[in-house]
Design a protein around this ligand. Structure first.
Ligand SMILES: Cc1cc2nc3c(=O)[nH]c(=O)nc-3n(C[C@H](O)[C@H](O)[C@H](O)COP(=O)(O)OP(=O)(O)OC[C@H]3O[C@@H](n4cnc5c(N)ncnc54)[C@H](O)[C@@H]3O)c2cc1C
Length: 423
């Protein structure tokens, strides 16, 4: 078999799968992508413009940090970015106040982090270096960021993996794609089609078997695809549900050393941006942090869409696992009503559209994204090796700083394709 006659099946048409598919097909490989959902994009989940008045994102929304692979792809696609502007506010239990970015203990935190050369969990790090009462707020704000932003468990999360993020103190650039992440996925899917990739939707892969030097991929609906190699890009929790050949099964067990967190995301579209009327200074509000049931909210500033997005991430989301979409929307309205001293009924009357997703309930994600434990780098090194016919790819396999992101997924897909092409 010549390299270019090789047939590769990619499981999953998210950012990693589409990126790998495009790179391989462009280099002349025969590529088939099998996707369980009825759409491409995976954890990139565009919502309809008619529902929210703009191409809102029910999954990934922001481009975090430098994101070189994402930015290069967007340039190719002719898509542009809008940097996040505006002010961060917080609710202290009584008042909405502008976030004070000058924390006198930051310098101490940075100094300890700089000297850290051995990894330990975030919880151990805080116990070892910042246990005294005077650091209560620092501990609270770090735990809130690790749980809320990284969707991680401080008792298991790696301090070294998060160090860079903390050192940047939330100052790394953040942007949104004009047209949303959906526009990027549309471009990638069109590229795949252009290079001849066959994409099958509603094909949930249930087993991969080795048979005399080739592979057989079985889908839950009964479809069977023969091929020479498989790239698995499914989210970590789904890996456990696919029957794999023995060697790949042993490798996949390493995924237990990689954390996988959950997020609840709620989009609420109102008749008008009432929060600007409540308090004039809130006209430039980007983020609003609180300790309410749905603790984090953001606007589309500088765009003026009357939409507030609620966010709750990390292990504590398990406490809301019984709530369906409507109950989550009600919890979101309750949180906003408390923060803005309004009645939930008044807010509900202003509601035009609402979508709430607990990503742990999504059957093809089972959560939101991965995070690093002190053992994750080792696990990723084993999982990302191209040492058999079944390869692993996707955001959780990315070894750079912004694990768990779209950038991580795109870079991982590109890297996996690169390893195959280099032989
Ligand atoms: C609510 C939320 C908000 C987020 N916000 C951001 C953000 O602002 N910025 C950012 O950069 N990242 C964000 N992320 C993370 C980002 O979306 C992911 O890291 C990235 O999209 C993962 O891409 P992937 O290709 O690795 O995996 P996925 O997108 O999950 O793709 C894997 C594909 O495999 C499919 N699949 C699963 N099981 C099977 C099976 N058995 N057979 C066939 N197919 C299967 C899935 O349907 C999916 O399409 C967010 C994620 C969530 C959930």
């Amino acid at each position: 078999m010549s390299a270019t006659s090789e047939h590769i099946v990619i499981v999953g048409a998210g950012a990693a799968g589409l990126m790998a598919g495009r790179e391989l097909a462009r280099a002349g490989r025969t590529v088939t992508i099998l996707e369980a959902r009825e759409r491409c994009g995976g954890r990139i989940h565009p919502l309809s413009i008619s529902q929210f008045g703009y191409p809102a994102d029910g999954g990934a929304e922001f481009v975090h940090g430098e994101a070189p692979v994402t930015r290069a792809l967007l340039r190719e696609a002719g898509l542009s970015l809008q940097e996040i502007e505006g002010e961060r506010w917080s609710f202290d239990g009584a008042h909405i106040v502008r976030e004070d970015r000058h924390d006198p203990q930051q310098a101490e935190l940075q100094a300890v982090l700089r000297q850290l050369n051995e990894d330990l969990t975030v919880a151990d790090f805080l116990r070892r270096h910042f246990a005294e009462d005077e650091y209560a707020w620092l501990r609270h704000s770090i735990e809130r960021m690790v749980e809320g932003y990284d969707a991680a468990d401080p008792e298991r999360a790696s301090t070294l993996a998060l160090r860079e993020e903390w050192m940047a103190c939330g100052h790394s650039p953040q942007a949104r794609i004009k047209g949303g992440y959906g526009a990027m996925i549309e471009f990638l899917a069109a590229e795949c089609r252009r290079y001849g990739v066959a994409v099958y939707l509603r094909c949930a892969v249930s087993a991969i078997e080795e048979a005399g030097g080739t592979l057989v991929v079985r889908c839950a609906g009964g479809d069977v695809h023969g091929c020479d190699r498989v790239i698995l890009t499914v989210p970590l929790p789904l890996l456990r549900e696919i029957a794999l050949p023995e060697s790949a099964r042993a490798k996949a067990a390493c995924a237990d050393d990689i954390g996988f967190g959950n997020v609840i995301k709620i989009l609420l579209r109102f008749t008008r941006p009432w929060w600007r009327e409540r308090k004039q200074e809130l006209a430039d509000m980007s983020f609003l942090l609180s300790d309410q049931t749905i603790p984090v909210w953001w606007t589309q500033h500088p765009d003026r869409h009357p939409v507030l997005t609620g966010w709750f991430g990390g292990p504590r989301t398990a406490a809301l696992s019984q709530l369906g979409p409507q109950a989550l929307i009600d919890a979101g309205l309750d949180s906003l009503a408390t923060v803005f001293s309004l009645s939930r009924e008044d807010l509900a009357r202003e509601l035009v559209a609402a979508v709430a997703t607990n990503w742990a309930h999504d059957p093809f994600a089972r959560g939101a994204y991965s995070w690093a434990t002190p053992r994750t780098r080792g696990a990723q090194t084993i999982l990302a090796r191209a040492d058999g016919p079944v390869l692993f790819s996707g955001e959780a396999l990315y070894r750079g700083a912004d694990m768990g992101t779209v950038e991580a997924a795109l870079a991982s897909g590109q890297q996996t394709a690169g390893m195959i092409l280099q032989g």
